[in-house]
Design a protein around this ligand. Structure first.
Ligand code: DAH
Length: 369
């Protein structure tokens, strides 16, 4: 019997010899060095130290070696694995560092850079003016009333004591919806809202109704087929013309300056009796330009007063048509043109500017809300 032959190696796999392992390390190091992204490096890690890598496969062979060869091969594979892992870690750290500085650079936000400006629109001065006028009444306890722009002819005319042969009803002034026999019109005034308010609300009534109205006028510097009015109505026990005058004076001073008053000139409207034109004291010259050719006033044409609207005591016939007893209740009403108000309040001289929708006109009034 021969002694065991230590150098006899029944199956020393080629994959475990020093050269082969060094080759594995070398190719791993080359692959690691040439990986340019963390993703690529992940692949390299899998290929060179993963379960199916040549080094791992070689490692599995160690078990079949004779004891003396085991230690040496184990050490060789361990060292190789250590070298590769170290290289992987170094490369990982380097690539992570590169990625971080790239991200920092790419995602830099220049907080000093001017942002791109979004152009803000402005509200139309007619809208803001109507709101301002309404607010004067809200502050006195009035409510806002509304009505449709497409209105029953009866509410727009008949109920307001405007007879069928009244000139305002002819085709020249009124837009009929469908044929003139349809009984439906585009409201020519906000006054039908008076009737709607009386028909639907409990007494007493204190309402203002700003709204759009329509007449068959050609658009020119002082006319437009679509314009705006603000209507007021107060119905209560004991309402007098003194209340009407005081209310209009309050509106005048709220809109045009302390001390500016109104003047009532006798007039005629079918739905009020008595009726009056409302004139506004000129808020520019306060009447001082009258008869003084040295100091002409462009706002009032040196008249001292500017025509503003109509008003009066609600005609008892109208109260009756709405089911209100004129022996118990009385009321006042008024209506003003909003375009007119804007024209003299802001020196707008051409109606075209108000309807054409050019933002440069609107912007001139600022970002009023
Ligand atoms: N609705 C009239 C118009 O458009 C204006 C008006 C006059 C309204 C007198 C009123 C009023 O409420 O009492 O010409």
């Amino acid at each position: 019997m021969s002694a065991p032959n230590k150098s006899f190696d029944p199956k020393s796999p080629a994959s475990l010899n020093a050269e082969a392992v060094t080759g594995m390390v070398d190719s791993a190091l080359v692959a690691i060095a040439s990986a340019t992204t963390l993703e690529e490096l992940k692949e390299v890690r899998l290929a060179h130290v993963g379960d199916r890598s040549p080094l791992s496969l070689a490692n599995r062979e160690i078990g079949s070696l004779p004891p003396a060869a085991k230690a040496e091969a184990g050490q060789r594979v361990g060292t190789a694995r250590g070298t590769i892992k170290q290289a992987l870690d170094d490369r990982t750290a380097a690539l992570e560092g590169e990625r971080d500085s790239r991200v920092l650079l790419e995602e830099t936000v220049d907080v000093t850079m001017l942002s791109r400006r979004r152009r803000l629109g402005s509200r139309h001065p007619l809208t803001t003016l109507m709101e301002r006028m309404s607010d004067v009444f809200i502050a006195m306890g009035y409510e806002i009333a509304e009505g449709p722009e497409i209105e029953a002819e009866w509410l727009n005319f008949d109920s307001l004591n405007i007879a069928p042969d009244h000139p305002a009803r002819t085709m020249q002034d009124t837009f009929y919806v469908g044929s003139p026999e349809s009984g439906v019109v585009l409201r020519t005034q906000t006054s039908p809202i008076q009737m709607r308010a009386m028909l639907t609300r409990e007494l007493p009534i204190y309402v203002v109704a700003p709204g759009r109205v329509f007449r068959t006028d050609e658009l020119d510097a002082t006319h437009t087929p679509v314009f705006h009015q603000i209507e007021g109505l107060a119905v209560d026990k004991g309402i007098t013309m003194g209340h009407l005058k005081g209310t209009l004076d309050h509106l005048a001073s709220a809109m045009f300056g302390v001390g500016i008053v109104t003047r009532l000139r006798p007039s005629y409207f079918p739905f009020t009796e008595p009726s009056a034109e409302v004139d506004l004291q000129c808020f520019v010259c306060r009447g001082e330009s009258i008869g003084d050719p040295e100091r002409p006033c462009r706002t009032c044409g040196s008249e001292g007063w500017i025509e503003w609207g109509g008003c009066g005591m609600v005609n008892p016939r109208v109260l009756r048509a709405a089911g209100v007893d004129p022996d118990v209740y009385s009321g006042f009403a008024f209506g003003m043109g909003v375009e007119r108000t804007l024209m003299f309040r802001h020196g707008v001289t051409d109606m075209h500017d108000m309807v054409e929708g050019d933002v440069r006109f609107t912007e001139a009034f600022g970002l009023e809300v």
